[in-house]
Ligand binder design. Structure first.
Ligand code: PLP
Length: 832
């Protein structure tokens, strides 16, 4: 395609997006009105509406049975499957007399089938794999007698005739060499002629080496041509949903010359055997008509296979040939790469570090697939946390992937992680997918965007503009205020405006009525986060992040009746009840026995806990029906031991304890300064119930007002205090003084009424603050503005954690029975 051709092609794709991909259109229930930007085609690509319509029409118009019997419905299935098998071979230009195609669940299942055959060879086998392999290939090494991880140079050396290190090779023992045609991590491509070259040694003598090509990533956007069987890999695996979006199937194409390797496979199942004798003797005859008959155990996914007909038709109708798709996606990827590589902070430092071999990127379109892997750095060179990045990118409606991407060799090479570092990271608590993603100054994963046939220039531009808007800094943001609170509290009468507790974690709050004195305990305010809802299968505590409707489950604590009443303030799903009462007393009669709770542990914020579930079907069905998820109410009362006890994790953040004159520069980067003392490390760990981090969370209304000024200045709608789900809201009697905003960053103690509290550090925020607690609808604010005005060290903060300091003087009533109430005066850092 010429340049003009590619632009015209892009316009064609953009034009068909409206009709064919309604699932990415903006819907009213989602944030704002922009479309979703789907950039995870290497995970799975999108299926076209025509494909689904055509498949549905086929299924409803025809009667299909289980193949291989005499009925007409069965015959119809058999012949459709045979036809599709041939069509798919032709799609890869593979001659059916040279190749057979085996349907499998996914690429991994194809790999396992090959591994199963090699494992059963009497001598075992040697396994060599390229370092860019997906985890699914790496795992084959567990089956091999010996295995080798090779880089490009080692592969070339081996092809030239060098032996594998420490492996003399044996004529009987076969070797399996596996590599990806394209890395799923960064799109790097590898030579397709390795299969042919490795079959003979330097002198031309055939070697006992088979090749397994993982084409799952490559074939998604490029033509793979198996026209020459002499140069083709022996085994090639595909993920068909990465090419077509649907059906969810994989395929294994076997070069017939390599078919005898499968004779060693031991297992047989329904579908792969002609006769089995079980009684008195044990004998069987495996199917031999064709290779695929002997490998497709059990009933084929027949309907999925038939859907491939529609998939192939619609794909070529919408996008032309795979060559066209390759040209289009490669143009988009080059645009993304060059824009991201060009982004600079005002001080000249680059924003993105892109992980692709240098020579591969320049003018060599074949060398890279349409995948870009990178990390972000702030103006001082510190890495942006992937977990933090995900919160914002998700809110902005991008669908991307971050982390290790199932590519251990690729990641450790790109990030320069040594095996000892990966093991250290593992033992210091790092796991695939958790928040602890920058360890000892190195990232542990990458950000990946990947393009597909239906991607457009505007998808790429929206993404690069997003990175520019939020991650290019000009070093003048986030000036922290001087601490002027003492003067203000004297003149403005700072006091408690509101007190809230959240009896069921992540559900609505209960506002403490005026004039009611509320108990303060070591774990926090009485009745705060004492219950949670846990998923019946996983034990995971449910959160508004996934189930925003939890906000509409409003509690009312009724001490006269001794119950927690919960009512639902949204449109009731069919058969759901509007409210329920739960006894406040922790009567063991309503709860599962402690021994059962220990067996079935629950997880809160990734921490394993023993919460006791309610046994009442009425209670659990009330919540399950409203939220549409099988869940149970669980209780985590104060005073527990072991797993029935949790500790605060809040601590002072760097931006809070710097010398004042240092506070005026941005985020990210006070290298060389000693870490401030962590207030929590001194004494005993503080107990909490099911709150995320600390006993009590407070917010300052002046800060909220400052934030709302920023939001409205950017054209957004101000947010209410409720979105922060604080326990104590502090403000002045009249209007909120501007200079008081964010002074909470520097408070160390508060006296509220007669009680003293110690500040435990700023509260880190995620996009849950974007859920309107009145309507359960989501928007971008306040998180987007917070990331622009309250981001320190790459993390976003609003509000402050604190805990009660018990009085040493036990003679007074207030000391014996600490309480808070609305209207209590607040003194900041009072003298002892
Ligand atoms: C996606 C992918 C796999 C795994 O494919 P499944 O269909 O999930 O089994 C393996 N290798 C590469 C290169 C991939 O991109």
């Amino acid at each position: 395609m010429t340049d003009g051709g590619t632009v015209a092609y892009n316009s064609r794709v953009a034009a068909l997006r409206e009709a064919e991909y309604p699932m990415i259109k903006a819907t009213l229930k989602l944030i704002g009105d922009a479309d979703e930007v789907y950039l995870d085609h290497a995970g799975t690509t999108l299926y076209a509406k025509s494909l689904i319509d055509r498949f549905a029409a086929d299924m409803t118009a025809n009667l299909y049975g289980n193949p291989h019997s005499a009925s007409s419905s069965s015959q119809a299935s058999t012949s459709r499957v045979d036809d599709v098998r041939l069509r798919l071979l032709q799609f890869f230009n593979a001659d059916p007399s040279e190749f057979d195609l085996v349907f499998v669940a996914n690429a991994t299942a194809g790999i396992k089938l090959v591994a199963e055959a090699f494992r059963s060879t009497p001598e075992g086998f040697t396994f060599a794999y390229h370092q860019a392999c997906h985890t699914s290939l790496v795992g084959v090494r567990q089956e091999a007698r010996n295995s080798h991880c090779l880089d490009n140079a080692a592969v070339e050396g081996w092809i030239e005739g060098k032996a594998l290190p420490g492996d003399p090779g044996s004529p009987e023992k076969p070797t399996l060499f596996a590599y990806p045609a394209q890395s799923n991590m960064n799109g790097q491509r590898f030579s397709l002629d390795w299969s042919e070259r490795i079959r003979r040694d330097g002198s031309g003598t055939p070697r006992h080496i088979y090749t397994l090509l993982d084409a799952a990533a490559y074939a998604a956007t490029s033509p793979l041509d198996l026209g020459n069987s002499a140069s083709a890999p022996d085994f090639t695996v595909f993920s068909l949903y990465k090419i077509f979006g649907f059906p969810d199937l994989g395929a294994l194409i076997v070069r017939r010359q390599a078919a005898p390797t499968f004779q060693n496979r031991k297992y047989f199942g329904g579908g792969t055997v002609d006769m089995v004798v079980c009684v008195k003797e044990q004998w069987h005859a495996s199917k031999t008509q064709s290779l695929h008959d002997s490998l497709e155990d059990g009933t084929l996914p027949i309907h999925s296979i038939m859907a491939l007909d529609a998939a192939l038709d619609v794909h070529s109708q919408l996008f032309g040939t795979m060559r066209d798709v390759a040209a289009h996606t490669s143009l988009l990827a080059q645009r993304a790469r060059s824009r991201l590589a060009g982004l600079r902070h005002r001080n000249g430092a680059s924003v993105c570090t892109i992980y692709s071999p240098e020579q591969a990127c320049q003018n060599h379109a074949r060398a890279m697939g349409p995948v870009v892997a990178f990390n972000l750095q702030n103006s001082q060179g510190a890495w942006v946390s992937l977990a933090e990045f995900e919160k914002l990118v998700t809110l902005k409606k991008f669908h991307i992937r971050t982390g290790g991407l199932c590519n251990p060799g690729g990641i450790s090479t790109a990030l320069g992680l040594e095996p000892w570092e990966m093991k250290r990271n593992f033992s210091s608590g790092f796991r695939c997918g958790n928040e602890n993603d920058v360890i000892c100054g190195k990232p542990t994963g990458v950000i990946r965007i990947s393009l597909g046939a239906m991607s457009t220039i505007s998808d790429v531009d929206r993404f690069t503009m997003f990175i520019e808007e939020f991650y290019c800094t000009d070093d003048t943001l986030n000036t922290l205020p001087e601490n002027t609170s003492n003067d203000i509290e004297k003149t403005c009468g700072i006091h408690v405006k509101d007190i809230m507790v959240y009896p069921i974690k992540s559900c609505g709050g209960y506002r403490i009525p005026k004039g009611v004195k509320w108990d303060v305990r070591a774990e926090g305010l009485a009745w705060d986060r004492e219950w949670c809802l846990v998923h019946k299968g996983t034990g995971q505590a449910l959160s508004q992040k996934r189930y925003p409707r939890m906000a509409l489950l409003r509690p009312d604590i009724n001490f006269t009746e001794g119950v927690l009443q919960v009512s639902y303030h949204g449109a009731l799903p069919d058969l759901a009840k509007p409210n329920i009462s739960i006894p406040l007393s922790a009567n063991p009669q309503f709860l599962e026995p402690l021994s059962a709770a220990k067996r079935l542990t629950s997880r809160v914020c990734g921490e394993e806990i023993t919460a006791r579930r309610y046994t009442s079907a009425a209670v659990n069905e009330f919540f399950s029906a409203i939220l549409g998820v099988p869940c149970a109410l669980a209780r985590f009362p104060p005073g527990g031991q072991g797993n029935s006890m949790r500790h605060a994790k809040a601590h002072l953040q760097k931006h809070q304890s710097l010398p004042r004159q240092m506070r005026c520069t941005l985020p990210g980067s006070f290298e060389g300064l000693a870490t401030p003392p962590d207030s929590d490390s001194e004494g005993e760990p503080r107990k909490i119930l099911l709150s995320n981090e600390s006993p009590i969370l407070a917010i300052n209304l002046s800060s909220l007002q400052a934030l709302n000024r920023e939001i409205t200045a950017r054209g957004g709608k101000p947010v209410s205090a409720e979105v922060f789900r604080a326990n104590v809201v502090i403000g002045s009697s009249a209007s909120q003084p501007e200079s008081f905003a964010y002074s909470e960053d520097h408070w160390s103690t508060l006296r509220i009424g007669q009680q003293d509290f110690k500040m435990l550090g700023s509260c880190r925020r995620c996009h849950m603050v974007c859920i309107d607690q009145e309507t359960a609808s989501k928007s971008e604010e306040p998180f987007v503005t917070l990331t622009k005005t309250r981001r320190f060290d790459g993390k976003v903060y609003f509000g402050t954690h604190m805990c009660h300091l018990p009085s040493r003087d036990t003679l007074t009533r207030d000391a014996q029975h600490p309480t808070l109430q609305v209207g209590d005066t607040v003194l900041i850092d009072p003298p002892e």
